[in-house]
Design a protein around this ligand. Structure first.
Ligand code: 13P
Length: 252
């Protein structure tokens, strides 16, 4: 049987939002979503708004996710948020290893791999973010970089853990820059990532959803989603605009 990977659109709000703005955005999203479930859709607000957003999403087809998680379960870790807490608030997904966390907070591949495990231990699905810098791409080391990022989690948890995980390929040079990878460029990396997982387990690889992120908008979403190994998008800026985000969801 060919794999059935349901399309997935994830809206990463990053450090944006306010009570009133969140309510207005979610009201528009709920009103504009297709009645028939076509793609899986999730939003990732900042931690303080998880409770508000969980309530505003209840009864809708939208899922809730968090932007980060602590590798630790509980204790004297000021400022950290445990996976069990995110699960308490109804999070189904957690981003781990977003490039902004790697770059601004020094998150290593090893730490990201432990966060991946923390999310799963609390019953959530980690979305493991991978991607190369402009310099790494120019040096021809894109695959080497994303494989190292992937391998850290693969070797720590084993390929079976990827039956409950999502990958997000986000080339750093495409994030917030308006420069999207061409569908063919992104497809090449997605296919290579899937093949890497397939070396360990064909079935897990066939079912693994791999999202593309980096300046995804209504205007370029359909061409990206037409690629065989692009299963959806991790959307930043355009996730804050209801019309843009809904159009991306429709394209998926
Ligand atoms: P932009 O869509 O704003 O480029 O951000 C992508 C991203 O980092 C999503 O996690």
């Amino acid at each position: 049987m060919p794999p059935v990977r349901s399309a997935f659109v994830a809206g990463n709000w990053k450090m944006n939002g306010a009570l009133a703005a969140n309510a207005a955005l979610l009201e528009k999203l709920r009103a504009g979503l297709p009645q028939r479930k076509t793609a899986e859709i999730a939003v990732f607000p900042p931690f303080p708004y998880l409770d508000q957003v969980a309530r505003l999403l209840s009864g809708s087809m939208l899922f809730l996710g968090a932007q980060d998680v602590s590798e630790r379960a509980a204790g004297a870790y000021t400022g950290e948020v445990a996976a069990s807490m995110l699960a308490d608030f109804g999070c189904r997904y957690v981003l781990v290893g977003h490039s902004e966390r790697r770059a601004l907070h020094g998150e290593t591949n090893a730490l990201v791999a432990r966060k991946f495990g923390a999310a799963q231990s609390a019953g959530m699905t980690p979305i493991l973010c991978l991607g190369e810098t402009r310099e790494e791409r120019q040096a021809g080391s894109t695959l080497e970089v994303v494989f190292q990022q992937l391998d850290a989690a693969l070797s720590l948890h084993g390929v079976a853990a990827f039956a409950n995980a999502v990958l997000a390929y986000e080339p750093i040079w495409a994030i917030g820059t308006g420069l999207t990878a061409t569908p063919e460029t992104a497809q090449g990396v997605h296919q290579a990532l899937r093949q890497r997982v397939a070396k360990d387990d064909l079935a897990v690889a066939a079912d693994l959803r791999i999202l593309y992120g980096g300046s995804v908008k209504a205007a370029n979403a359909a061409a990206l989603f037409a690629q065989p190994d692009i299963d959806g998008a991790l959307v930043g800026g355009a996730a804050l605009d209801a019309d843009e985000f809904l159009a991306i969801c429709r394209a998926a």
